[in-house]
Ligand binder design. Structure first.
Ligand code: UDP
Length: 483
């Protein structure tokens, strides 16, 4: 590790929001920093520490001299008005008996309970910096008290951060006649077209909108932003972001590639719901680029009638597939006709629960990815060189979709027009699923997309290697905070 003080070992403290989509890249980031000679400490709650401990043990076994640990904070759910054990977003998104909107907001607000514990820990340990999640706006003030620089981790890429900024600044959604009328996002490089019902930055009035204003203000007072991306993926937006949006920013991704061997790749997040080796064996029996992988991340949960359309669309497409299904525990409607799974066994695998995603994406038989455009999944797909079918569900996923379909041109959209919560009884039909899957796997345009996707994967790989753009930005980061 290069440092202006060769005696000093950089100590970086990480504090991820308690959701898989935030904890997984934070864990990767902590591993990356420790592999470059720093001491990494991840702060989390008791139940979440169990999720992180296994992958940390695997990493330590492989690298016995590296320094990475967990610090546990109290999170008394019941006292905070949350159900017992509600320490992770997974708790209320997989259990549809609870009102997830109300719960999400309550959960966000409850995390400020950590502030006092954070102040005490920072005062005691004096790390060189704290990389705390965007959803912890109070962390900037807590760090300031001990003169510890606070960095923000959003978990998303430059493109969506810039899109959000431009929409907030120019409010183009107020100048269109209807919520489905397309408009170009002003100032954002690339003339990106979107609609009001796809954006998330229009609201300043609701409780959540006000919370997001706090998030933005705390970021402006912070020492900068750490981004899970690489320059070559979104150069115009990286430049725009560094020039106009954030005080400072360092890109150090794609973070998932820190996981090198089978065990590390298999042990991210939850325990897989299938035997990983069996899954790879199944993939081994398939031809190159012949399997489509379908996953909607760790949070999204479809109605059963949407699941049925996906099943029928996949069947009609005639392609090999691996489909990860997060079943809706509340919805009793039948979504898989009896016998279908049996009939499709040769060419389809349904994983109910958690899939070893990175292992599947990287397999040579996997030729396409139907994704909800969560940033981690999207970047994992990019790193694996895959063309995609984009199917955004909520959050900033429509922005990410535009990056794939309008800038990178490595994907086709399935036809999702608005956030799933606003869809009510609308669903994406089996015909649309079938068409998008075929389009991404076969044909001249599919080949062009695949070529572009493979090129991006090479660039991703080069970015993290010695001398690459992410490698260098991480060096800059290490130098700056070691001194
Ligand atoms: N993931 C996984 N297996 C699954 C579902 C998700 O390994 O069955 C991982 C995925 O590889 C990614 C993360 O969980 O790293 C999901 O993050 P993303 O930003 O894609 O979406 P979110 O879950 O936050 O909506």
């Amino acid at each position: 590790m290069s440092s202006s003080n060769p005696q000093h070992k950089l100590h970086v403290m990480f504090f991820p929001f308690m959701a898989y989509g935030h904890m997984i890249p934070t864990l990767d980031m902590a591993k990356l920093l420790s592999s470059r000679g720093a001491k990494s400490t991840i702060i989390t709650t008791p139940l979440n520490s169990r999720i992180l401990q296994k992958p940390i043990d695997v990493f330590k076994n492989l690298n016995p001299n590296l320094d990475i640990d967990i610090e546990i904070f109290d999170f008394p759910c019941v006292e905070l008005g949350l159900p017992e054990g509600c320490e992770n977003v997974d708790f209320f998104t997989s259990n549809t008996n609870v009102d997830s909107n109300y719960m999400a907001f309550k959960f966000f607000m409850s995390t400020s309970f950590f502030k006092d514990q954070l102040e005490v820990l920072l005062k005691k340990t004096r790390p060189d910096c704290l990389i705390a999640d965007m959803f912890f706006p109070w962390a900037t003030e807590a760090a300031e008290k001990s003169h510890v620089p606070r960095l923000v981790f959003h978990g998303t890429g430059y493109f969506s951060l810039c899109a959000g900024y431009c929409i907030k600044m120019h409010k183009p959604q107020n100048k269109v006649a209807s919520s489905c009328e397309p408009f170009v996002i002003p100032e954002l490089p690339g003339d990106i077209v979107i609609t009001q019902e796809q954006i998330i930055d229009g609201d300043n009035e609701s409780e959540m909108g006000k919370f997001m204003i706090d998030v933005r203000e705390s970021e402006l007072k912070s020492s900068g932003v750490v981004v899970n991306s690489f320059y070559e993926l979104e150069p115009d937006h990286a430049d725009f972001y560094k020039r106009f949006v954030a005080k400072r920013a360092w890109h150090i991704g794609p973070l998932s590639v820190i996981n090198r061997g089978f065990e590390e790749k298999a042990e991210r997040g939850k325990k897989a719901s299938i035997d990983e080796a069996e899954c790879l064996k199944w993939l081994d029996s398939k031809e190159q680029d012949s399997v489509i992988y379908i996953s909607f991340g760790s949070v999204a949960c479809f109605k059963n009638k949407q699941l049925r359309e996906i099943a029928l669309g996949l069947e009609a497409s005639g392609t090999n597939f691996i489909w990860v299904v997060r079943e809706n525990t509340d919805d009793k409607e039948e979504w898989l006709q009896e016998g279908v799974e049996e009939r499709l066994k040769e060419r389809g695998m349904i994983i109910r629960g958690w899939a070893p995603q990175v292992l599947i994406l990287e397999h040579q038989a996997t030729g396409g990815f139907v994704t909800h455009c969560g940033w981690n999944s999207l970047l994992e797909g990019v790193a694996a060189g895959l063309p995609m079918v984009t199917w955004p569900i909520g959050a900033e996923q429509f922005y990410n979709e535009k990056l794939v379909t309008q800038v990178l041109r490595t994907g086709v959209n399935v036809g999702a027009t608005k956030h799933v919560k606003a869809m009510e009884d609308d669903i994406i039909s089996r015909e649309k699923v079938e068409k998008a899957v075929r389009e991404v796997l076969v044909g001249v345009e599919a080949e062009e997309r695949r070529k572009r996707a493979k090129k991006l994967a090479e660039m991703a790989k080069a970015a993290v290697e010695e001398g690459g753009s992410s490698f260098n930005d991480l060096n800059n980061f290490i130098k700056e905070f070691s001194s």
